[in-house]
Design a protein around this ligand. Structure first.
Ligand SMILES: [Zn+2]
Ligand SMILES: [Zn+2]
Length: 177
């Protein structure tokens, strides 16, 4: 296991800059690793559901190996600095919610505050309420009868017996534009 500084450097390299937001994800991922006995996920054993799509998500990708392509990084966008983590191997899960940070700090002071804090002082630990998502499934694909583009079947809609992708299907929907 790399030390804290080396892990942080990896996150900064991936994200492009070191910021307060990245630190939130960094601290959440470290806390989750401790609480759920997680390590970098080579497969889908670790799942994260993030309630924001801000800087911190990048640190979670780096530290825990959660990524959109592997299907173990999911979004439940609520505009909250909250993350649920699941360990499929043990069935353990946790939801970490950032506590309000002290008011009146400038950007640099807030960054230092987040960097220097112990994860346990930053986050409330709550039960994960969202159900553990099923593992990424493989779907059949068919060409859309509208645009001809090959589309996974769970995102096709039927209209007068035609298979339509969501972009073509919407074009037919006169009630809900
Ligand atoms: Zn950032
Ligand atoms: Zn189409």
């Amino acid at each position: 296991m790399m030390d804290k500084q080396a892990l942080w450097d990896k996150c900064v390299a991936f994200h492009g800059h070191g910021c307060g937001g990245l630190t939130i994800g960094f601290q959440a991922a470290r806390y989750a690793m401790e609480l759920l006995e997680l390590d970098f996920s080579r497969d889908e054993d670790v799942v994260c559901i993030s309630e924001n799509d801000a800087c911190g998500v990048d640190a979670i990708q780096v530290l825990l190996g959660c990524s959109a392509g592997k299907g173990n990084l999911l979004f439940h966008l609520r505009g909250k600095q909250a993350f649920s983590f699941y360990n499929r191997k043990t069935g353990k899960s946790v939801r970490l919610v950032l506590r309000p940070t002290p008011e009146g700090l400038d950007k640099e002071e807030r960054f230092r505050y987040l960097q220097d804090a112990e994860p346990a002082d930053l986050f409330d630990v709550k039960p994960a309420v969202l159900e553990l998502p099923e593992k990424a499934r493989m779907f059949q694909s068919y060409p859309c009868d509208g645009c001809g583009e090959v589309t996974a079947e769970h995102l096709l809609r039927l209209e007068n017996g035609k298979k339509l992708c969501l972009d073509c299907f919407r074009a037919y929907n006169r009630f809900d534009v």
